[in-house]
Design a protein around this ligand. Sequence first.
Ligand code: BTN
Length: 333
Amino acid sequence: MMPQEEARKLDRFIQLLLANATVFVSGEKLAEALKVSRMTICNWVHHLQKQEMVIEIKPKIGYRLTQVPDLLLPQLIRRELRTKVLGKSLYHYFQVESTNDVAHQLAQQGVAEGGLIVAEEQTQGRGRLGRDWYSERRVGIYLSLILRPILKPRHATIINLAAAVAVSQAIESTCSLSTDIKWPNDVLVNNKKCSGILTEMSADLDQIKYMIVGIGINVNHQSFPKSLQGRASSLFLEGGRRFSRIEIILALLRCFEDLYLELQKQGNDAILERWIRRSSFARGKEVSVDLGDKKIHGTTIGLGKEGTLRVKLSGGQIEDIMSGDVVIWDSVK
Ligand code: BTN
């Protein structure tokens, strides 16, 4: 993996190539502008050619970019970005271990609220409850957002739910597919998981310092490893065609920003209502929930004020679940 500083310079290099896409730019000029050696420029060109960017090389004259593949380049995202905060600072990587890890580093370095990290591939994508997240190159969306909400740590679940509503809205509006949300934040299409969210935070006892909302969406995956088959799917597999990752990201940022602002102005209720409207798991679903130390079985009866899942057990007691793995009861029988 490339160190962060070099990845930033590589991004500026692409920006220069894109800005000069019709002409040849000399290696010397590029090297000077980016304060790197001509050898580095030459290495970057080969690196980008491996990513299927078509760059013409004319000895003694320079380089010209003639074709850009489907990449999540900041220059392409920024052109259509209509948000005020989310994505205003944008970091693109070809390969990272996990965008959440990069986001933690950037947040600790002081990157402001709304910072967005996107990657074409993750080598150690992380999921909830210690699982891995399958992150195949260039077919999925792997992104993390840095948020700095003025919230107590115990109230953070609502951000999770807001993110799931935003993913669900973004998929429905850009792909015309119906979605469901499995508590807290798995987005399903045809009952198969197409998106997951891993929210992490750094906090003092009574104040969140920053939150990282890591979102993975399986967009154009054509297949999955055996271990995921039957459970995971992609928008391509469910919708029967390829979708633009950039369009989905743009819609997601817009929806999430609206919900995040609404949350700050009006509190939790509006988010809870929207989540409930979008989820068949909210009420009347017979589920089994793995709480880590025990498993419970009951019927969902709505959400608590902070976004907890309320489950009525067969004996009549009500459990307010803050964290756990929910499975439809039918599928465990
Ligand atoms: C889940 O288990 O459902 C959550 C999956 C979250 C995956 C995303 S991909 C971008 C970000 N970086 C990670 O390592 N994980 C999250």
